[in-house]
Design a protein around this ligand. Sequence first.
Ligand code: SAM
Length: 256
Amino acid sequence: MTPTHDTPEHPEYGNWVSKRIIATFAIITLLLAAASWFWTLLLIPALVTFIIASYFAYGRYVLSANGGDLQTKVRTLLLNQIPWDGNGRILDIGCGSGALSIALAQKYPHATVIGIDSWGARWEYSQQLCEMNARLAGVQDRVSFQKASASAIPFPDGSFDLAVSNLVFHEVHDTKDKRLLLKETLRTVKTDGTFAFQDLFLLKRVYGDTDNLLEAIRSWGIQQVEFIPTRDSPVIPRTMKPWFILGTIGIIKGKK
Ligand SMILES: C[S@@+](CC[C@H](N)C(=O)[O-])C[C@H]1O[C@@H](n2cnc3c(N)ncnc32)[C@H](O)[C@@H]1O
């Protein structure tokens, strides 16, 4: 989504499944189908890419407001797990279209929120879109956005009372060891401050064993940490539970 279109009446939070990924698989399907005139066996990979394109199109629909608004439901799983009194400064890492930052500002009327994101070309999001959404939601006085990477957060140690992040760390490609991203985020939280992150924490290839991960976090001097496997939530349909979509999500939350 480009921020240059006419201003809509309501916030537009985009979609975690971009049109670009669906279009890429659809184009590959068409190319393979055309080439199968010359080599019939190419119909097999054409069928595979067609299934992938169709699955992503289905996923985009289910996540969207028209298809059940699963994106909002997944963010709400995180919002409902934040043990916080609502006073102070919030950092939202990888804020995307600003949806979580804005929901936090609405939930905590005495808090200020800063959303950061790298806003790469892969996503339908931008800083302008976030700012427009905050204005449309009427929280622009307490929410701001800035371009920054989760791997080098441009705030001093202990700057925030609450740090949150939703489905971001596994997407950060410049840091292979995702534990370093958790450590970098926790650095910015005040002593006694609160944190709550939702990500594909049950994906062992990315995070390793969950108990070891929690143990590592405790070893950084974090006073309280626990894990909630949100993948088991009934709001997530079975069709959206493959490991690479929402089948490995969970929340790590606690107090620094
Ligand atoms: C699945 S989206 C989630 C967006 C948002 N948290 C939400 O709940 O809608 C992943 C987000 O991670 C962001 N991201 C990827 N790499 C990043 C990085 N190095 N630093 C900050 N954000 C990053 C992307 O730009 C994208 O907005």
